[in-house]
Write a protein that binds this ligand. Structure first.
Ligand SMILES: Cc1cc2nc3c(=O)[nH]c(=O)nc-3n(C[C@H](O)[C@H](O)[C@H](O)COP(=O)(O)OP(=O)(O)OC[C@H]3O[C@@H](n4cnc5c(N)ncnc54)[C@H](O)[C@@H]3O)c2cc1C
Length: 304
């Protein structure tokens, strides 16, 4: 988008939504767990679903496709930033309610908060998600999972805005490994219902604690990252191959293949997106040479 188009867009958004929090040249590093990423020309923080839908309508009228940002825990945004619009689907869009064994929640709620909400009601099934640092929306898009649990096991239906601007609900999100029908980026996840089961509050709490301890033990949570850098290949495990190919501790600028867990690239201070991408390329090359396996990024690389 050029400067004139951006100015026109900003004027149109301000006219349609005078109350909307709309930041200009907002560093994406502030909104991504990697602490990397140049500025988004416009960064919107809708306070209600109605505001989000109105904003999306204004953008659609102008043919502008925004970047949706949940908790930014799976994103690598280019150093040059984004000459367009980023929309934060945050806590304001994350109200939750329970009805028996069913939870309905807005996309912006943190998975950790949702898992706690379930625990407080002695509902089991979401323990696996407690330590995943994303939002419900991001987790549905990614079919996030850990320790033998995945969103597909608990999500009963998803409300979303389709590419034509219609709010729809589906019981078939087409979940597969780290993928859903929303992964192509042309739909916006608004809310979801989750089907859980009645359980024992103390057991649920113990399970959540145990999984969190396993995470702290294995993962480099002390450094900024975007979680697992690569998807699990069809054969074997990415981290084992990366380690086996001699990449543990490999460093480009401020980016490093974690010494604690080779599946993570961490920001050891001042890493740029360029550093991370160069490091990922080198890791892929070494793994290809040693194992003949083509690693595919799990993190979403945003480069326009
Ligand atoms: C320390 C650490 C540990 C992690 N552990 C795990 C793990 O165990 N398992 C796992 O699966 N992942 C893990 N992750 C990755 C990440 O937390 C998940 O992928 C999570 O689901 C991303 O959610 P998010 O809200 O941060 O999404 P974001 O990173 O903000 O976005 C991810 C993608 O979803 C899109 N998106 C976000 N919200 C919406 C919406 N409402 N509508 C439409 N599109 C949207 C974005 O445009 C982007 O394409 C980890 C990350 C970190 C940093």
């Amino acid at each position: 988008m050029n400067d004139t188009e951006l100015l026109d867009l900003k004027t149109a958004v301000r006219a349609a939504l005078p109350e909307l929090v709309l930041l200009e040249n907002e560093p994406m590093s502030r909104h991504c767990s990697f602490r990397i990423g140049g500025p988004a020309a416009l960064f919107a923080e809708p306070a209600t679903e109605a505001e989000l839908l109105r904003l999306l309508a204004v953008l659609r009228e102008r043919g502008v496709r925004p970047l949706l940002v949940g908790r930014g825990t799976n994103l690598l945004v280019a150093d040059a930033g984004l000459r367009g619009v980023a929309i934060h689907v945050g806590e304001a869009l994350g109200t939750v309610r329970a009805e028996g064994e069913t939870l309905s929640a807005g996309a912006g709620i943190a998975l950790a908060a949702l898992a706690q909400f379930a625990r407080e009601r002695s509902l089991t099934g979401l323990e696996f998600a407690h330590g995943i640092p994303g939002s419900l929306g991001g987790a549905v898009v990614m079919n996030a999972g850990a320790y033998s649990g995945e969103m597909k096991d608990v999500v009963a239906s998803v409300r979303y805005l389709d590419a034509e601007g219609t709010v729809r609900e589906t019981g078939d999100p087409q979940f597969s490994y780290r993928h859903s029908r929303f992964s192509e980026g042309n739909c916006v996840v608004l809310s979801a219902t989750l089907r859980l089961r009645s359980g024992d509050g103390a057991e649920i709490e113990a399970k959540m604690k145990e999984l969190m301890e396993r995470r702290r033990d294995k993962q480099p949570l002390e450094w900024p990252s975007a979680g697992s850098t690569f998807k699990r290949p069809a054969t074997g495990y990415a981290a084992a191959m990366i380690d086996g190919a001699g990449c543990k501790g490999l460093t480009v600028g401020g980016a490093q293949v974690s010494e604690k867990h080779a599946g993570f690239v961490v920001n050891r201070g001042g890493a740029t997106a360029k550093d991370v991408l160069a490091l990922m390329e080198e890791v892929r090359r070494r793994v290809r040479d040693k194992y003949g396996v083509e690693l595919e990024p799990e993190i979403k690389i945003i480069s326009e």
